[in-house]
Design a protein around this ligand. Structure first.
Ligand SMILES: [Zn+2]
Ligand SMILES: [Zn+2]
Ligand SMILES: [Zn+2]
Length: 288
């Protein structure tokens, strides 16, 4: 048996400020189009595992996680994969305590060792619970170390960490493939796999291109029009997507520089800006 009924959910597609930006009256921030409201960047993959059990795995836990979870009625967490420890990607970690109560199990936080260290520093009340004055309701987490190129298999899903550069900061993207019981990728992957989530990237280092080959779905950072030291511009993202040639590409981590409609007009075939609550997979709402 293999995993089935995959749903990949875009929980948030906005840059670190979110869109609308506080106190901004630009066209994007005042737009009526719900696709111009972008929560901070994160994703969930839901599926039925090879034993027939429902599973939900998160990529990043942004500060908007609670709202995102409620919208999609998420009620479990079978693992978290962290791209990097910036505020907009991890400051919702407190919220996963609710999945601990529902599941009565600890949750694995998969991250590079430096990211794990940062999480222990930021969330001392979780990781050094014994030091809390009162025993409070905190998350129950355990660490799993990730290394670029070293895949992890969870419940029939193989997650491969892919090295990306976020300015000078090395971070991770994640490639997802369905695998058989021996851990070998299925020749027929369920839609929308194989998929890669590559947020907060300014360049793809040489060793990573191969890990991103042959994708059905690429999801890639696209901050804004003007150059930025730690993110790709619209033109840069399109050119990386053209080189990778995924069947479909969606862009994420967008600022208020452009509305959804403006971006859509300039997209080559097979590419589109992502939006919050977009779900890819069997019988879902993607219309690319
Ligand atoms: Zn970010
Ligand atoms: Zn604005
Ligand atoms: Zn970042």
């Amino acid at each position: 048996m293999t995993l089935r009924d995959v749903q990949f959910i875009f929980l948030g597609t906005g840059t670190s400020s979110g869109v609308p930006v506080i106190g901004c009256s630009c066209d994007t921030c005042t737009s009526d189009d719900p696709r111009d409201r972008r929560l901070r960047c994160g994703a969930a993959i839901r599926f039925i595992d090879p034993e027939g059990l429902p599973r939900t795995i998160f990529i990043d836990i942004p500060p908007d996680h609670r709202e995102q979870s409620l919208r999609h009625e998420l009620d479990r967490c079978d693992g978290i994969f962290v791209t990097h420890a910036h505020v907009d990607h991890v400051y919702g970690l407190d919220e996963v305590r609710r999945y601990n109560s529902l599941m009565r199990e600890p949750i694995g936080v998969h991250a590079e060792p430096e990211v794990t260290e940062a999480l222990h520093r930021i969330f001392q009340h979780i990781y050094a619970r014994q030091d809390n004055r009162n025993d409070s309701f905190v998350a129950d987490l355990f660490d799993v170390a990730l290394h670029p190129g070293a895949a992890v298999v969870l419940h029939g899903l193989r997650v491969t960490p892919v090295r990306l550069l976020h300015g000078r900061l090395p971070i991770l993207g994640f490639r997802l493939d369905a695998v058989d019981s021996a851990g070998v990728p299925l020749s027929e992957q369920p839609d929308p796999l194989p998929l890669a989530w590559c947020t907060d990237v300014s360049s793809v280092p040489p060793e990573s291109w191969e890990l991103l080959a042959g994708l059905k779905t690429l999801i890639l950072d696209m901050l804004r029009e003007r150059a930025h030291p730690t993110h790709m511009t619209c033109d840069e993202s399109i050119s990386v997507a053209e080189r990778l040639q995924a069947e479909q590409t969606f862009f994420i981590h967008m600022s208020h520089d452009f509305t959804h409609r403006q971006l859509l007009e300039r997209m080559p075939p097979g590419m589109a800006p992502g939006w919050d609550d977009l779900i890819l997979g069997e019988g879902t709402n993607s219309d690319l």
